[in-house]
Design a protein around this ligand. Structure first.
Ligand code: SF4
Length: 291
């Protein structure tokens, strides 16, 4: 594992911990954090030195270095991310907009700042839905509301179960308290909710709090497998731990966003554009003996 880390663009923090000041106050010294990707990173560095640095820099040459900013409040981010599960981002936006219209909250409006890795057009400015109304809506009604986003029969009960769990644990629907946890603690808290895996949890924590996690969607997974940053036999679930050792915590956002962009624009599932790819010199997909 590499050195100290931070919430991206927010404050200087410990790799997988809360801010240094908070850590000193809340965490006894004996309590250690172990980066679950540290030993894998050492092994990769031994047999393919500098590969993660090469990847990051090569992609930055193509796409620049994106800067983190919160894109939505964390509860909205979580619900929007659930709506993207097995659906296109643009369809998730339609379903989220339908929630806003059907269950208006009267809360202050917020802007959606989706950034370069997002596959939709971005939500219009608007207030978050009334989450209580969503939780207690008749299931058939909620299913009809989000139907335009796809897989409504699965997602409507999942949304309600998620909101119920948050309310029962916390007394309201706010997830701001996650910002006081370490990245791995917060991820553990979220993944105890049925239907929320490491990817969904990591998206929320990376985009709402700048925590050093690297969500692996199908685009990221394809690129890291092809280049060889992750072994082919590693599942996405394992990958969510293994990749944490490959990049500095304050590089996670950049790595995630640029890997997604690369998977969408160049390293397509079918007919990847090797000639336009700066990763080609070290890509094991085009040369199994690439350094
Ligand atoms: S060289 Fe081809 S397969 Fe390898 S990362 Fe680039 S586009 Fe993808």
């Amino acid at each position: 594992m590499r050195g100290a880390a931070g919430k991206i663009g927010v404050a200087v923090v410990n790799p997988f911990g809360a801010s240094t000041a908070r850590r000193a106050k809340r965490r006894p010294k004996k309590r250690k954090f172990t980066n679950p990707g540290a030993s894998y990173a050492k092994r990769l560095e031994r047999y393919r030195p500098g590969l993660s640095r090469f990847t990051l820099d090569a992609l930055a040459g193509l796409y620049g270095r994106p800067t983190w900013e919160r894109r939505l409040d964390p509860t909205s981010e979580l619900i929007l991310t659930i709506l993207t599960q097995n659906s296109a981002d643009v369809n998730a936006e339609v379903a989220f907009e339908a929630l806003r219209e059907a269950y208006p909250s009267g809360l202050p409006t917020e802007s959606h700042r989706p950034g370069a890795g997002w596959g939709g057009v971005g939500l219009p400015e608007g207030a978050p839905p009334d989450w209580g109304a969503v939780e207690f809506a008749p299931l058939s009604e909620l299913t009809d509301v989000i139907r335009p986003g796809g897989l409504a029969n699965q997602k409507a009960p999942r949304l309600q179960a998620t909101l119920r769990r948050i309310r029962e644990e916390r007394g309201d629907y706010s997830l701001e308290f996650l910002g006081d946890m370490t990245a791995l603690e917060a991820r553990d808290w979220l993944t105890q909710i049925d239907g929320i895996g490491k990817k969904t949890a990591s998206v929320l924590l990376l985009f709402s709090f700048g925590m050093p996690l690297l969500p692996i969607d199908r685009h990221v997974e394809r690129v890291v497998h092809r280049v060889g940053l992750l072994p082919l036999k590693a599942s996405a679930d394992d990958g969510h731990d293994l990749l944490l050792g490959l990049f500095q915590p304050d590089e996670m956002y950049e790595a995630h966003v640029n890997l997604i962009q690369h998977g969408r624009k160049v390293c397509h599932a079918q007919r990847p554009d090797h000639d336009a790819c700066p990763l080609r010199p070290r890509c094991r997909f085009v040369d199994p003996k690439a350094p």
